[in-house]
Design a protein around this ligand. Structure first.
Ligand SMILES: Cc1ncc(COP(=O)(O)O)c(C=O)c1O
Length: 389
């Protein structure tokens, strides 16, 4: 079971802050803006005398709100095809458990959302990681290349669109490759749509736009990022495949229910999504542009323009980005300030990959992002003189 690569250096950062150094956090994907007051209104006005268990598939009003939200996105499910989960995380775990046996294989594209590796580990499922590369913005390889990784144990392809940690948005044609392979090899497509609204340059095509795999898709969703409510822990699993839903419901019954008040707190947001998502997405678009602009002036850095989400994985002119990141947080300072990065090794299932890459998350105001990139530039010069001469 791998430890979280993102949280690894965070403890060191806390120590450094105590010694008076300001740390800019570029490491974790939690929006820094305030949560909509409506969420807190629902929580404060909860009037029942008992906070009871909810039904295992979700409370009726939140289920209806989820259905309406998805309809609004052009994605159509009946309410009995939905199961509310404790975050998108639980939806992913349930989906893997529902379609795999122990020792089955699930295909992911690396760099990948690191917890996919951990979730597969919980289910005793093996991750087969297909490489993608920074040179083409981490887009998918050709169909034949993906097919090489399919074995008789492969049960599913798990992908995130827009993607974490790369911000890549897969085109319709790229998704068609996965659809073709799912049909040819009898695989499930597990589509993680946690960042659906965070699309800047490209339209996000849903896996639901491919009716030919209607029975083979499982949609995994989350309120965390789009509504800026990471701590409420509300997500969703949706599938037209009734066997999948019946199995997932059994997992749901085993964990009893999802937090009652938090399910209700999401209703106003799900019923009127754009009011909440639009300003957030516009803010992140500006930040994405500021980061790309700032990276331009750093010698030796490799990057592309991420089309969505709020991450970018960049190549640095260092041999070991984990060593560089640790040095930044333990030793380096620029006018009593430093930065906390997420070394990309943890986003690779294949040992030895991503050694010179880091992920940046755009969780700071634009001026702070700009300042962080200046610190990165200055630090790289010092690091090179110190360790790479
Ligand atoms: C790609 C992806 N999927 C799922 C999740 C989990 O989200 P949740 O907070 O809903 O569990 C995250 C969180 O960072 C993520 O980046």
């Amino acid at each position: 079971m791998p430890g979280s690569p993102i949280r690894k250096l965070a403890a060191l950062a806390e120590g450094r802050k105590k010694s008076g150094i300001h740390v800019y956090h570029l490491n974790i994907g939690q929006p820094d803006l305030p949560t909509a007051p409506k969420v807190l209104d629902v929580i404060h006005s909860y009037a029942e005398k008992t906070i009871a268990y909810a039904p295992s598939n979700g409370l009726p009003r939140p289920l209806t709100a989820w259905k309406r939200y998805l309809d609004h996105c052009g994605i159509h499910f009946d309410e009995h095809e939905l199961i509310i989960t404790t975050g998108g995380s639980e939806a992913i775990i349930f989906a893997i458990c529902a379609v795999c046996d122990t020792d089955s294989e699930v295909i992911v594209f690396e760099p990948t959302y690191a917890n996919y590796i951990g979730f597969a580990g919980i289910a005793h499922v093996k991750v087969r990681a297909i490489p993608t590369s920074i040179e083409n913005g981490f887009h998918l390889p050709p169909e034949a290349e993906i097919e090489r990784f399919i074995t008789d144990r492969t049960r599913a392809i798990l992908f995130c669109n827009p993607a974490n940690p790369t911000g890549t948005i897969y085109s319709k044609e790229e998704l068609q490759r996965l659809v073709n392979l799912a049909q040819k090899h009898g695989l499930f497509l597990l589509s993680d749509d946690a960042y659906r609204e965070f699309a800047y340059d490209a339209h996000v095509v849903s896996i639901e736009d491919f009716p030919e795999v209607r029975d083979r898709t499982i949609l995994l969703d989350s309120c965390s990022k789009r509504f800026n409510v990471c701590g409420v822990r509300i997500g969703l699993l949706a599938s037209h495949n009734q066997d999948v839903i019946a199995t997932v419901l059994k997992f749901g019954q085993a964990r009893l229910s999802v937090a009652t008040i938090e399910q209700l707190a999401m209703v106003p947001l799900l019923e009127d999504p754009e009011t909440y998502t639009k300003p957030l997405v516009e803010e992140f678009r500006k930040r994405r542009d500021a980061v790309c602009e700032g990276l331009k002036s750093i010698p030796g850095v490799t990057y592309y323009k991420p089309e969505g989400a709020f991450y970018i994985t960049i190549g640095l002119p260092v041999k070991d980005s984990e060593h560089f990141s640790k040095w930044l947080i333990e030793e380096y300072e620029d006018h009593q300030e430093t930065i906390l990065l997420a070394p990309a090794q943890g986003f690779y299932a294949t040992r030895g990959k991503g050694m010179n890459e880091v992920r940046l998350a755009f969780m700071l105001k634009i001026d702070d992002l700009k300042r962080s990139l200046v610190i990165l530039k200055n630090a790289l010069e010092v690091y090179r003189d110190k360790f790479m001469k």
